[in-house]
Design a protein around this ligand. Structure first.
Ligand code: PLP
Length: 254
């Protein structure tokens, strides 16, 4: 069996190769290891292999894991990558250094409100940056009905939906305790990674349009690409790839 350290080395090499192939600097691509459904001991092996960015989808699972690894807290950047219910806003702002899955204006408002309340109550929130939680706006550009995220199927070509989308983004940007850093998307699962390319490209084009429309915001981060398609995502401009199975193997079923 291949060790986790070998798998980390192999994924890092593939990231580098994909970046160089597309004329990009490999250090501009951050590897987020997705540790959902894997026990804390295996996560600790990832840390030993030098991985410092970890992603979890479900709060119930993230909370005990982050607590169990608290002695490494200062070396780990925890990424929330799954749908967050609004009644979990408080736990979310306490746990994660970045939320990739901001998928509604109402969730933005709930997070904003929780941060304000906790700060007013004098709570120290060390994962915030200048009192703001770094977030990515999750966009559903593929039009798959099961995917969460702000709807913009077809991306910028969706002239009908675009004004509404821009209004929603504007509302998110009004949250004084959120710091929008870019966009995130999930491509539909397919056997051929090329299937995801137009989706990743579409997200990048939406990002470029938002950067023109809202120039005060830094739209630098594009979180896209998973085990099956991260190299294609890098070729299309990903700055963060969220990789689970290629590092830790198949997940145990829930
Ligand atoms: C599970 C998950 C991943 C990782 O998927 P793999 O196919 O195991 O690499 C990435 N992003 C999100 C949002 C996930 O839920």
């Amino acid at each position: 069996m291949t060790s986790i350290a070998d798998r980390v080395a192999s994924v890092r090499t593939r990231i580098e190769t994909a970046a160089r192939r597309s004329g990009r600097n490999p250090s501009d691509v951050c590897l987020v290891a997705v540790t959902k459904n894997h026990p804390t001991e295996r996560v600790a092996v990832l840390l030993d292999a030098g991985v410092t960015h970890l992603g979890e989808s479900r709060l119930q699972e993230a909370e005990p894991k982050i607590a169990a690894l608290s002695e490494y807290r200062h070396h780990i950047t925890w990424h929330g990558i799954g749908h967050v219910q609004r009644n979990k806003a408080k736990a979310t702002v306490r746990l994660f250094n970045m939320l990739h899955s901001l998928d509604s204006v109402r969730l933005a408002a709930a997070l904003d409100h929780q941060i304000e309340t906790l700060l007013v109550a004098g709570e120290h929130l060390p994962n915030l940056v200048d009192g703001r939680l770094p977030v990515l706006i999750q966009v559903n550009v593929s039009g798959e009905t099961t995917k969460e995220g702000f709807d913009l199927p077809g991306g910028l070509d969706n002239h009908e939906r675009l004004p509404h989308f821009l209004a929603e983004v504007n509302d998110v940007l009004a949250s004084s305790h959120l710091s929008v850093q870019g966009l995130m998307t999930i491509a539909p699962r397919a056997n051929d990674p090329e299937y995801a390319r137009p989706i990743f490209r579409s997200l990048r084009i939406v990002r470029d349009a938002l950067a023109e429309h809202f120039p005060k915001v830094t739209w630098g981060t594009l979180s896209m690409g998973m085990t099956d398609d991260f190299e294609v995502a890098i070729e299309e401009g990903a700055t963060m790839v969220r990789v689970g199975r290629a590092l830790l193997g198949e997940r145990n079923m829930r």
